[in-house]
Design a protein around this ligand. Structure first.
Ligand SMILES: [Zn+2]
Length: 98
């Protein structure tokens, strides 16, 4: 039974996002719907929309400034950012060594 007030159950995760040209790493905290699972989360950050630099840049900026909005002209690519995904201290997806 899903409550309309609280929405579907979610789990928390952290995306450690590295801006590859500078090596700066920021932690972006978010939630993911339990029903889509860790596999779905990894898929989203690799094959899915979050795998693209335009979205990764937005999350990287929001990690420092939550009010950051994605610009209308954003740059797509797949080399600008690397991401490790962490759930309760477990690294479930790793693209770079800290
Ligand atoms: Zn893109």
């Amino acid at each position: 039974m899903i409550s309309l007030e609280t929405g579907p159950p979610e789990f928390r995760y952290t995306a450690m996002i590295r801006h590859n040209p500078t090596g700066e790493v920021r932690s972006y905290h978010d939630t993911w719907e339990l029903q889509h699972g860790e596999g779905g989360l990894i898929f989203m950050w690799t094959e899915g929309n979050y795998g693209c630099d335009c979205n990764r840049k937005t999350f990287f900026e929001r990690a420092a400034n939550p009010a950051y909005k994605m610009p209308e002209q954003s740059v797509c690519g797949d080399t600008g950012y690397s991401v490790n995904l962490v759930v309760e201290g477990r690294t479930i997806h790793k693209e770079f060594d800290l």
